[in-house]
Ligand binder design. Structure first.
Ligand SMILES: C[S@@+](CC[C@H](N)C(=O)[O-])C[C@H]1O[C@@H](n2cnc3c(N)ncnc32)[C@H](O)[C@@H]1O
Length: 273
């Protein structure tokens, strides 16, 4: 076949152009799909999708996962920032993966989980280890009603990313702030925005057209559906949300699973709960 320089340069040009076109179509399609469903589905619908997906995924209930201990980045954060703390509040405990290693480190842990199946699986697992802790129920998107005060907070792996709406997250973070003294640490993990952001722009614009018509609360840049709800943060947005709720961002790392440690700042913003 003829491979003259001009033919080669046309072919390579077309290859590159069609790749960029494919990427643009892919992000537009994903953005439109997410915008359509984020627009049409209510908070409760999205909760139900999340509930079904964690129910269908056996790995979150498996003993293998829940006895696998803290991830490396969690170990580093807990051992560094939670040293000398005694009583911890854990939200989004799932079936207990973080609970057991935190108890083993000598912390008293009050753990909460919204998914009944995961909560029960976790309590079965914990019961087999001796009566050290049981995972209590909590509502989605909310800090549970707390009877006690704590020396530190762990928002379980990825949970913050699943909480819909800045105001809701802000209320939850304020309620958590009111449960701890100044200087107390809080560990959290979440998705972060990376790479091209076109699909998020399309999703938020299209979704909000539909939400405006339906009279529902507005979406925010970074809200996504894949296929369940997730909010993607940046360092700036997480820092701002924390600051508004009375927390100071102390550590942020996106090299492993993106996570942050915040310290309770000044006086509690609100009594919450
Ligand atoms: C990635 S799983 C992690 C579970 C557990 N921490 C672990 O490491 O195995 C996220 C957890 O957040 C919970 N979750 C999902 N949506 C939530 C919401 N809107 N509010 C509070 N928790 C939520 C899920 O039920 C699930 O237990």
């Amino acid at each position: 076949m003829d491979d003259s320089p001009s033919r080669r340069s046309i072919l390579l040009g077309l290859h590159s152009l069609s790749w960029r076109l494919l990427e643009a179509l892919d992000s537009a399609a994903r953005g439109l799909w997410a915008g359509l469903w984020l627009g049409l589905l209510s908070r409760e619908h999205l909760h139900r999708i999340d509930q079904l997906s964690y129910g269908a995924s056996k790995s979150y209930q498996d003993a293998d996962h829940n006895l696998s201990g803290l991830f490396g980045w969690e170990t580093e954060a807990v051992d560094h920032y939670f040293q000398g703390r005694r009583r911890l509040l854990l939200l989004g405990a799932g079936a207990g993966r973080e609970v057991i290693p935190l108890l083993d480190r000598g912390f008293d842990v009050d753990a909460f989980e919204c998914h009944e199946g995961l909560r029960q699986a976790g309590n079965d697992l914990l019961a087999r280890q001796g009566p050290r802790c049981s995972i209590q129920t909590m509502e989605r998107d909310r800090c549970p009603k707390l009877e006690d005060r704590y020396d530190g907070v762990v928002i379980g792996w990825g949970m913050l990313t699943l909480v819909q709406g800045r105001q809701t997250r802000s209320q939850m973070l304020r309620d958590l702030r009111s449960a701890v003294p100044t200087g107390a640490p809080m560990l959290m993990s979440f998705y972060v925005l990376g790479g091209p952001q076109r699909r998020y722009r399309i999703a938020v614009r299209f979704g909000n057209v539909i939400r405006r018509v339906l009279g529902n609360e507005r979406l925010e840049f970074g809200d996504d559906l894949s296929p369940g709800f997730a909010h993607f943060f940046t360092r700036e947005t997480i820092e701002e949300e924390l600051r508004e709720a009375g927390w100071r961002l102390e550590f942020f790392d996106r090299r492993t699973y993106p996570h942050a440690v915040a310290l309770a700042d000044g006086d509690s913003v609100t009594l919450g709960n």
